[in-house]
Design a protein around this ligand. Structure first.
Ligand code: GTP
Length: 324
């Protein structure tokens, strides 16, 4: 039976500024593919329609999906004002059927949605939330469960040492339509205002293994890039121009760029028309289209936006640079 998926993609992406002044976060490329496509591509075959709840820079998203075929019907639903994660779900309710999958648009993970759907169907209840194990849950929404997998408690960002478990909300859900009845109108947070009120309706937690990254920050999106590169996502374009012994170190993805007597890697993503010149070094970074890394410059742990210039000898470490 055909099914719908909903992706929350309307956030401002403030933590990735200044990059997100020009590019909405769902379109930030992760190894050559927009973040949102990392969610769409692995959806189960039965998902024929993807609803994107958008607000900030929706024109850019509209333009992307009208020029790229992602193999599924895409419906963009706009919010005049961002309605929060709960408000966004309520706002698209007329498109939703009985059972639907929902995602925080930043999440890149290895959850097996077919298996999660089986789990949801066999456990019943109003919804199933994917759970990820972390060593330090103090920055996350922490979830407590009973032995049958039913969620019994939520804790938002508990102080160190006070967490009720090491399982966190991974931002991937399967809901029954009934969840919408529990979302009040206006700006609503699913995490704070809805989940704690529906525990009696049977909200289950589904643990998965592999990888999970919330790509909302520079550090995290670069961690996702590292993970995917280490899993074999590396690639060097045949059109890459390498001169004067330019060295590629470790796993990287380099598209049609010019590398001149420089050192690139490990874990670098270099887009088309980038020029990296003599003596420059780039590692653990993303360098977007048309950027120029001048002689002897160093870029580590950073995101260099389209057409940015890193000047001769400059050192850029742990930064997001973009033309505004
Ligand atoms: P920051 O400003 O950096 O915190 O990023 P953000 O605005 O994206 O917020 P956050 O990372 O907490 O959001 C998690 C996910 O929910 C992201 O995929 C957002 O796009 C999405 N999201 C957050 N708020 C809204 C909203 O009001 N409406 C919609 N449609 N999506 C939202």
């Amino acid at each position: 039976m055909a099914m719908k998926a909903l992706i929350l993609a309307g956030g401002l992406g403030t933590r990735l500024r200044p990059l997100t002044y020009r590019m909405p976060k769902p379109l930030v490329p992760l190894l050559g593919k927009p973040l949102v496509s990392h969610i769409i591509d692995p959806l189960p075959a039965e998902v024929d329609t993807v609803i994107l709840a958008v607000s900030y820079m929706r024109e850019a998203l509209d333009e992307y999906f009208s020029t790229h075929d992602v193999g599924r019907k895409i419906i963009l639903v706009n919010e005049e004002q961002p309605l929060g994660t709960g408000g966004a779900i309520r706002n698209v309710s007329h498109y939703l059927d009985d059972t639907f999958i929902a995602f925080n648009g930043d999440v890149v993970c290895s959850v097996d949605l077919n298996d999660m759907l089986r789990y949801h169907r066999s456990h019943g209840g109003i919804g199933t939330m994917a759970l990820w194990q972390v060593e330090d849950p103090s920055a996350f929404g922490v979830v407590g469960r009973d032995i049958r997998g039913r969620i019994t408690a939520f804790q938002e960002k508990p102080p160190k040492g006070e967490a009720i478990s090491s399982s966190i909300n991974a931002g991937v859900y399967i809901f029954e339509r009934e969840i919408i009845d529990h979302i009040p109108s206006g700006v609503v947070s699913m995490e704070r205002q809805v989940f704690p009120n529906v525990l009696g309706k049977g909200l289950h937690g589904y643990e998965f293994k592999g990888y999970w990254v919330d790509c909302g920050t520079r550090e995290n999106i670069l961690a996702a890039q590292r993970t995917l590169l280490d899993l074999g996502g590396g690639k060097v374009s045949p059109e890459l121009i390498r001169e004067d012994d330019a060295a590629l170190v470790g796993t990287n993805m380099v598209l049609r760029a010019h590398l001149r007597g420089c050192r690139v890697g490990p874990h670098a993503y270099i887009e088309d028309d980038v020029l990296i010149t003599k003596g420059a070094e780039v590692s653990e970074s993303m360098v977007f289209k048309g950027a120029l890394i001048e002689e002897g410059a160093q870029v580590h742990g950073s995101i260099i936006g389209p057409d940015c210039v890193v000047a001769k000898g400059e050192i850029v470490r742990d930064q997001v640079l973009a033309r505004t």
